[in-house]
Design a protein around this ligand. Structure first.
Ligand SMILES: NC(=O)c1ccc[n+]([C@@H]2O[C@H](COP(=O)([O-])OP(=O)(O)OC[C@H]3O[C@@H](n4cnc5c(N)ncnc54)[C@H](O)[C@@H]3O)[C@@H](O)[C@H]2O)c1
Length: 277
């Protein structure tokens, strides 16, 4: 390859990399105190974005703040239960006040529930829907109002392979995640004219606190030793391994970059083939 062609290729590579930097972009990440939310916040921070870290767990959120600051990332912590009445609009308002604007929303916070279909209680159903559907929708709405006025934005909702599975002990969680997918599609159509993209990311099995709690409950209910159960739920993944919050965070962040400018209404499957699209 001639020196000129090599230099042109390098310039192109740098241009692509630069256009995918998120310097000065303002992001809200819910559920940022641990797991996928924390990895996503750190990933955005490394690319120069300013991050509003939202979570109801102050102690673990403080750890995320420390990690963000140790990487030189700009952030603000918003300790809030996203299901509190009016919380979604307060979170968006606080973000614009403290960080100046809002470009990206990552609706990551969720709770899971493991109850056989015949045992599901109204209280558990309502709790799951309050976080995974209602708060997700009103955060999206509050963020989209600001993004519409500023000429555009990116919204990423975190879904789950469970949304398309028929696991009866996950019926509340799975139904809520399906509702989230419906919101993603509808919002993508409604908000496209304002330059706002809306996509979902579907993580595979990550060894987070949520996954561990679910697997302990399911293994106990099935009378199977936990390690045997975890092994069986690893070898059934076509890529034969679990994923990490960091690996899934890369997909979320990509959806917020210039490279994904024409991607909307997508359900991006990062499940190692667990979900076969
Ligand atoms: N872990 C997996 O294998 C897996 C697989 C598929 C999808 N997901 C999805 O990925 C996302 C992140 O999951 P995770 O495994 O990191 O979960 P996690 O339980 O480890 O973390 C979730 C975070 O959300 C916060 N949160 C929950 N309810 C809240 C509320 N009402 N207000 C404010 N904060 C609240 C929690 O405090 C916690 O910090 C979720 O949407 C989950 O459904 C996870």
């Amino acid at each position: 390859m001639s020196t000129n062609i090599l230099q042109n290729n390098l310039a192109l590579a740098n241009m692509t990399a630069d256009s995918n930097l998120l310097t000065g972009r303002v992001v809200i990440v819910t559920g940022a105190a641990q797991g996928l939310g924390r990895a996503t916040a750190l990933g955005f921070g490394r690319r120069g974005a300013k991050v509003a870290l939202v979570d109801s767990n102050q102690a673990t959120l403080d750890d995320t703040v420390k990690q963000m600051l140790s990487h030189g990332a700009e952030c603000t912590a918003i300790v809030a239960d996203i299901t509190d009445p009016g919380a979604p609009s307060r979170i968006v308002q606080k973000t614009t006040e403290l960080l100046g604007r809002l470009d990206i929303l990552v609706n990551n916070a969720a709770i899971s529930s493991v109850e056989p279909l015949l045992e599901v209680t109204e209280g558990e159903w309502d709790k799951v829907f309050a976080v995974n559907v209602k708060a997700l929708f009103f955060l999206l709405q509050a963020a989209a109002r600001v993004m519409k006025d500023s000429g555009g934005g990116r919204i990423v909702n975190v879904s789950s392979p469970a949304a398309r599975m028929t696991r009866e002990e996950y019926v509340a969680y799975s139904t809520a995640k399906s509702a989230g997918d419906y919101i993603t599609r509808t919002a993508a159509a409604a908000l496209g004219p304002y330059g706002i993209t809306v996509n979902a990311v579907v993580p595979g099995r990550m060894d987070t606190a949520m996954q561990r709690t679910n697997e302990m409950a399911s293994a106990a209910a099935a009378g199977i030793d936990l390690q045997t159960y975890i092994h069986s739920r690893t070898v059934d993944i076509p890529l034969r391994r679990r994923t990490t919050p960091e690996e899934v965070a890369e997909a979320i962040i990509w959806l917020a970059t210039q490279s994904a400018s024409y991607v909307t209404a997508n359900r991006l499957n990062i499940s190692g083939g667990l979900e076969l699209d």
